[in-house]
Design a protein around this ligand. Structure first.
Ligand SMILES: [Fe+2]
Ligand SMILES: [Fe+2]
Length: 162
């Protein structure tokens, strides 16, 4: 069981209990689900922004919603193998922003965090959005590494088993 602080959960509560948000638990992303990725990214961003005396409420809320695109990303084959990730990288922040706007009231900073978290495709306008951008990239690398590690371990297990 992961440990998040009480204050973080209090800020996150109105978003993470929403029926549309819970759908992200069933969408795979990197090593886990989009839900877990957003929770981890938001918690790390919350801690950094709080320590730096920044708007940690907007950081938490915006970050929780930065990948609220609600579809399963597929790489495809051939030319699409290259175009699909680019398409996804460019469009998913806008889709997430649109979805978030349907269900939650967002301020300017929260909108900036969601829309511009894919730097250099988007350019963050606030310190809070820069924090989320860097934390998102850092955790994406960590999550991918864990996934590769898991896959390598599983292959070894199969070899030993055969
Ligand atoms: Fe994203
Ligand atoms: Fe992300």
């Amino acid at each position: 069981m992961k440990k998040y602080s009480e204050e973080f959960l209090e800020i996150a509560q109105p978003i993470i209990v929403h029926e549309s948000y819970i759908k992200m638990k069933y969408i795979k992303h990197h090593n886990e689900s989009v839900y877990e990725h957003c929770m981890d990214t938001a918690y790390m961003s919350y801690r950094i922004s709080k320590r730096m005396g920044m708007d940690y409420v907007a950081t938490t809320r915006g970050c929780l919603l930065h990948d609220f695109y609600l579809y399963k990303f597929k790489k495809g084959k051939g030319v699409r193998f290259f175009s699909a990730p680019l398409f996804h990288a460019r469009n998913h922040p806008l889709i997430a922003l649109e979805n978030a706007g349907k269900h939650f009231v967002l301020n300017q900073k929260e909108r900036d965090i969601i829309k511009n978290h894919m730097f250099p495709i988007g350019v963050p306008r606030s310190g809070e959005a820069w924090i989320v951008t860097f934390v998102d990239k850092f955790l994406a690398v960590c999550e991918y590494s864990l996934r590769v590690k898991k896959m390598t371990f599983n292959k070894r297990e199969v070899k030993i088993g055969t």
